[in-house]
Design a protein around this ligand. Structure first.
Ligand SMILES: Cc1cc2nc3c(=O)[nH]c(=O)nc-3n(C[C@H](O)[C@H](O)[C@H](O)COP(=O)(O)OP(=O)(O)OC[C@H]3O[C@@H](n4cnc5c(N)ncnc54)[C@H](O)[C@@H]3O)c2cc1C
Length: 425
């Protein structure tokens, strides 16, 4: 162990949540260090943005970079039945401003995350790659920084009045403190790969997301990317995907392709061009979102089933909100967990509203169409929530849904640990 450095905040993880927190803190004039395990650019899944990611991206100064990028513009979402019959695409500009919120992007995460890192560095954030954070430093229970292993194998401490856990689904704090709570129902498995030369729809629909159903409320995502690539994956119950003992991800994937005529036809002229990925680490929430001197952002706070592509919006938004709360706490000279309660409440509400719709989506007896046919007055609210405008009063919409399905109770997790909690080493 050798030198010790001091910062206003140490952020663990340089994904979207970590870079958003760091950038917004730097915009407040704070001295921020980000420690990232990987060498960027690195691969990551999660490639489709939703309209209301716009505000966080704008705040971070990312919009000009995105406008100048090769990422396909995403104007719409469509749903496709197993028979191959596609719904009319829903165009975001039918409800939102065409020049801002209504147009978003399908990103390649290696490039998008690198852009976020470059943007953060441009605003003065110190980002160090290939540094693995192995634990939190605490004094009298309060978090005061991290211990990390550097690329040369040496161990070093980095100190700050606030530590931010942005480690994604690795969830460093939730793992360290046994805070991980799985969702009682949302235990899905995802299998995905990439294609070159597969079909994309013409014109304005070329960058749209397609959600294509298979039996048992499973679904495919079909996300057109640049360089003639398509990201395509299937999500369903593990038991369904592994039926008849099939375990190999490629076999699972290709069997399901035959279950949706649109997916089959769109992939037919293309060829797979990457490995087959599988994950069954699914929806969870952290028991706490903060402690004295510690704040959790993005997936480390909680991960929600990706059916509505909400992950990046939630990660970026949580980063910006957390940064504002941290800056205010630093100004007050008080970084106790209670300072982060409004942050926790807002993120809890965001995730819970999305989560209710995810439950409704997976209910075999519900179609969103049936709900809005009977209650046309809730169609706008539904669009807003699915587009990421999630912190609103949706009582009327969820009241309508309740006639068709049982919506879940909010999970009683995610508030800060009580101030003064002393954690076991
Ligand atoms: C199958 C699937 C499909 C998805 N599809 C979508 C989608 O279409 N749209 C969407 O918006 N979202 C999607 N998501 C969700 C999206 O991937 C995440 O919400 C998003 O990546 C969260 O960002 P983050 O910054 O919190 O975490 P991450 O992006 O995971 O970043 C965490 C970073 O922390 C680093 N790290 C971890 N541990 C350490 C450590 N100990 N020390 C140092 N660094 C560390 C990691 O290397 C990583 O770079 C999907 C997710 C899955 C699983």
């Amino acid at each position: 162990m050798n030198r010790v450095d001091t910062f206003d905040a140490v952020v663990v993880g340089a994904g979207p949540a970590g870079t958003a927190t760091a950038t917004a803190l730097a915009q407040h004039g704070r001295r921020v260090l980000v420690l990232e395990r990987e060498k960027f650019p690195r691969y990551h899944v999660g490639e489709s943005l939703i309209p209301f990611t716009y505000h966080a991206l704008e705040r971070l100064g990312m919009i000009p970079r995105l406008r100048a990028s090769a990422f396909p513009k995403k104007f719409s979402v469509q749903f496709v039945a197993p028979s191959g019959r596609a719904s009319q695409p829903f165009y975001f500009f039918n409800r939102y401003d065409r020049e801002t919120v209504a147009q978003t992007w399908q990103v390649l995460r290696s490039e998008f995350d690198q852009m976020l890192v470059d943007n953060a560095r441009g605003k003065g954030v110190d980002i160090r790659e290939q540094v693995v954070v192995t634990g939190f430093l605490r004094e009298s229970g309060r978090h005061v920084g991290v211990r990390a292993t550097l690329p040369d194998g040496s161990v070093r401490e980095f100190r700050a009045p606030v530590t931010v856990d942005a480690t994604g689904r690795d969830a460093l704090a939730a793992t360290t403190y046994a805070w991980r709570r799985n969702d009682p129902m949302l235990r899905k498995v995802a299998v995905w790969t990439y294609y070159e030369g597969a079909l994309r729809d013409p014109g304005i629909d070329a960058g749209g997301t397609t959600v294509a159903f298979i039996p048992d409320k499973g679904w495919f995502w079909y996300i057109p990317q640049h360089n003639d690539r398509i990201s395509v994956g299937v999500v369903a119950d593990g038991k369904y995907l592994a039926r008849d003992g099939v375990k190999d991800p490629a076999e699972i994937f290709h069997r399901e392709v035959k279950e949706n005529k649109w997916i089959e036809a769109h992939l037919a002229p293309g060829r797979p061009c990457g490995e087959y990925w599988l994950t069954n680490e699914y929806t969870f929430r952290s028991l706490h979102s903060a402690a004295d001197g510690l704040v959790l952002v993005g997936d480390s706070f909680g991960f929600l089933d990706p059916v509505f592509s909400s992950g990046l919006m939630l990660a970026l938004k949580s980063g910006v909100l957390a940064a504002d709360a941290i800056d205010a706490a630093l100004r007050a000279g008080d970084t106790a967990s209670t300072r982060f309660e409004p942050y926790a409440r807002e993120m809890h509400e965001s995730v819970e509203n999305m989560r209710k719709l995810v439950y409704a989506f997976y209910d075999k007896n519900v179609s969103f169409r049936t709900v809005t046919d009977r209650y046309p007055e809730v169609a706008g609210d539904l669009t807003d929530c699915l587009s990421g405008d999630v912190n609103k009063d949706f009582t009327r919409m969820f009241g309508a849904f309740s006639e068709f399905t049982t919506l879940p109770e909010a999970l009683p997790y995610g508030m800060p640990a009580p101030a003064g909690t002393v954690f076991a080493p």
